[in-house]
Design a protein around this ligand. Sequence first.
Ligand SMILES: [Zn+2]
Ligand SMILES: [Zn+2]
Length: 155
Amino acid sequence: MGCPKCRPQYIKALKSYAAPHLEHLCGDCQRRYETNPLRLLDCKNQQCRQIMENAPVLRDMLCPDCAEHFTRLQQTLELLEIPYTLDPTVVRGLDYYTKTAFEFVAPGLGAKDSIGGGGRYDGLIEQCGGPPTPAVGVGIGLERVLIAQEAANAT
Ligand SMILES: [Zn+2]
Ligand SMILES: [Zn+2]
């Protein structure tokens, strides 16, 4: 998700990529283009997905601080043997996220395999009037965890 240093540049690049395609994007995306352009990346509409497939990727435009943080995060995941895939469409729609947003997936849930997700929000506490505080949070879909658990026990 970058940070206040690198994200504005990315949003500029994203908007100039999307601008010539605007009339072919769905109504929601045409609104998001103005209000929350990052959401263009996670639209479920087939035509929007096709257009945004070739959009610039934030990972390629991170500032040195975010890039180093992301490299260290991936090294740590590998060290802990936690398998992961990089998905530039996981933007989670909330612009308070910084650096990394993530989703947990589990087998046995079909196409919508997410059981929860979250991310860092290093600027949020400050935005709410507190001192600068790094933070991370996660939301879990309990029902989906139970379904995944059942599926795991059945196999
Ligand atoms: Zn940054
Ligand atoms: Zn759309």
